[in-house]
Ligand binder design. Structure first.
Ligand SMILES: [Zn+2]
Length: 195
């Protein structure tokens, strides 16, 4: 069976409903383009791994990336919201990870991309490891916020919140960090509002 053709689309309404509670008002979600079936994000990952001398990507493992308001996926994402037990349900949270980078772009501009690349070169595969619920709770008790974590960890924290929520798991440790994301634009307008 041949793979579906590459295409560009806006977010589905149900994807926006999934994302909006994480990002608050999030009018910028209307500017996001989702590119599906574009393999260049895998190639970027291959080159990055080669430059970092790290392990090659496992077969069937894919790499997505966000450039400004554009999210690139080598595969096609689900067309409908999947039930919690579906094997591809993790792809909903994967989209949220990339949307966190779009959200970072709204308030950091292109600096988010340099910060992500630097973190990946510095930490390799550990770049997504923020310490789980225990560290989130500890950090919060000491007055910490989502913004104590670098851009890749921010994306992974919110990705895990979405995955756990969809699976019906406890999200207590993640919720204050979702509040941080929600409140980011509450007091001021984003500096980078161009598409
Ligand atoms: Zn990322």
């Amino acid at each position: 069976m041949s793979s579906p053709a590459a295409r560009r689309r806006r977010l589905y309404a149900w994807e926006r409903h999934l994302a909006q509670p994480i990002f608050g008002e999030a009018g910028w979600l209307g500017k996001v383009w989702v590119y599906e079936g574009y393999h260049f994000s895998n190639w970027v990952d291959d080159i990055g791994r080669w430059l970092r001398h790290s392990q090659p990507r496992a077969p069937h493992q894919h790499n997505a990336m966000a450039l400004g308001n554009r999210c690139f996926f080598p595969i096609h994402l689900p067309v409908h919201l999947l039930p919690p037990t579906h094997p591809l349900v993790y792809q909903h949270a994967w989209l949220i990870h990339e949307l966190v980078h779009c959200w970072q772009y709204q308030w950091m501009g292109w600096r988010y991309l340099g910060a992500a690349v630097r973190a990946q070169f510095r930490e390799g595969s550990a770049v997504y490891q923020y310490g789980g619920a225990e560290i989130l709770l500890q950090n919060r008790q000491m007055g910490g916020t989502l913004f104590d974590f670098h851009v890749e960890k921010q994306a992974t924290i919110l990705q895990h919140f979405c995955a756990r929520q969809l699976a019906g798991y406890d999200t207590t440790a993640w919720e204050p960090y979702v509040q941080d994301a929600c409140q980011k634009f509450a007091s001021h307008l984003p500096p980078h509002s161009q598409s």
